[in-house]
Design a protein around this ligand. Structure first.
Ligand SMILES: Nc1ncnc2c1ncn2[C@@H]1O[C@H](COP(=O)(O)OP(=O)(O)O)[C@@H](O)[C@H]1O
Ligand SMILES: [Mg+2]
Length: 348
């Protein structure tokens, strides 16, 4: 190691984020954005250079010793590569943090391990070693271990990134079930918009150490405002959800983004409004799916014909969100609130 000091890396700056109790809160960003650093602030595996961290209303920034250990027992953590002890069985991996904590006797630990392995669907695999388990099963052990100290908060850092799509789905369902049944607040870190869309209530988008957007998943996913968000949303779709070779300037009509959610997405409102106002739609981009369990459909269309204004009014009256191309605010509004964590620097 050179003794010469290198320039520190500002991993996070001006972070102002509140996560509600009982939420499944997503943090998304591309690699190096600062996601892991941000989540590690919550259990103080990282400490801010400037600013404060609050957990359950308590300022925890300077916690040390027993206070810090108690805080970490209230916060479970799940890792991308599981981090299991390979020489111990699934049951022993789950028991490990309980033995370290030292507040339960052997019978109590055994009983809790049985309950935890049951909760994650691994009752029949208690005596297997990690090498005998599939990736999804290993992550279930990781989740059971994280729940051993009965935490109120579960931090999941890319917990499904090493898993195939089908296994990812079942692990996400397990996390949702844990949130629902145990009321555990879940902070889910990922670089994939699809995981956020299926799992989270709210989301923050992290870009180069800054939170560039925070909102409900439907708002952020359907009405992305920051270029980094737009990029992450488009990555989740084949061809970015649009046809190539159509330039908006070449089209004669009004270019609109139409968003239908919930019951509206199930009605043939577009064709009815077109018929009533004698207009035509040309679809330029589109996507259809679910956000958690709510159906949505979103189309970018060029609209032309007899009564375009009447059609826009008819769509809005029917519950369709209509954004006129060029009119949407593409600047995220600034907020005049103090930043909780002003800075985190890594010395490299
Ligand atoms: N321990 C460390 N020492 C030096 N730099 C680090 C350290 N951990 C992370 N970084 C840097 O901080 C930035 C954010 O990293 P990280 O939080 O791991 O991002 P993400 O999890 O979004 O990929 C990156 O530039 C990364 O290289
Ligand atoms: Mg990371």
């Amino acid at each position: 190691m050179s003794r010469k000091e290198r320039a520190p890396v500002a991993a996070l700056e001006n972070i102002d984020l509140s996560i509600g109790q009982g939420e499944i809160f997503g943090i998304i960003g591309s690699s190096g954005a600062g996601k892991s650093t941000l989540v590690r602030l919550i259990n103080l595996l990282e400490r801010p250079t400037r600013g404060d961290v609050f957990v359950e209303g308590q300022r925890v920034t300077d916690f040390k010793g027993e206070q810090l250990r108690a805080l970490r027992r209230r916060i479970g953590m799940v890792f991308q590569h599981f981090n299991l002890l390979s020489a111990r069985t699934a049951a022993a991996n789950v028991a490990y943090p309980l033995k370290l904590a030292g507040n339960l006797n052997r019978a109590e630990i055994e009983a809790r391990v049985v309950t935890l392995l049951g909760r994650v669907g691994l009752s029949d695999h208690a005596h297997k070693y990690p090498s005998q388990l599939s990736g999804g099963q290993k992550q279930r052990v990781g989740i059971a271990r994280a729940l051993a100290s009965e935490p109120k908060i579960l931090l999941c850092d890319e917990a499904t990134s090493a898993l195939d799509p089908q296994t990812t789905g079942s692990v996400l369902e397990l996390l949702q079930q844990i949130n629902r049944e145990l009321g555990v607040t879940i902070v889910l870190i990922t670089h994939e918009m699809d995981i956020i869309r299926r799992t989270c209530d709210r989301v923050s988008v992290l870009d180069h150490g800054h939170v560039v957007e925070t909102g409900t998943v439907s708002d952020v996913f359907l009405h992305p405002r920051h270029p980094a968000t737009l990029r992450l949303v488009r990555e989740a779709e084949p061809d970015g959800g649009r046809l190539d070779g159509i330039s908006v300037a070449e089209l004669g009509g009004r270019v609109l983004r139409l968003t239908l959610t919930g019951e509206t997405a199930r009605t043939p409102i577009l064709s009815r409004v077109a018929r009533e106002n004698i207009v035509d739609y040309q679809i330029l981009a589109g996507r259809i799916g679910h956000i958690r369990n709510v159906p949505y459909a979103q189309f970018t269309v060029s609209l032309s014909g007899r009564d375009v204004a009447g059609a826009v009014a008819g769509l809005r009256a029917g519950g369709v969100s209509v954004e006129v191309h060029g009119e949407e605010a593409d600047v995220v509004p600034a907020r005049n609130v103090p930043h909780l964590v002003e800075e985190v620097r890594h010395v490299v």
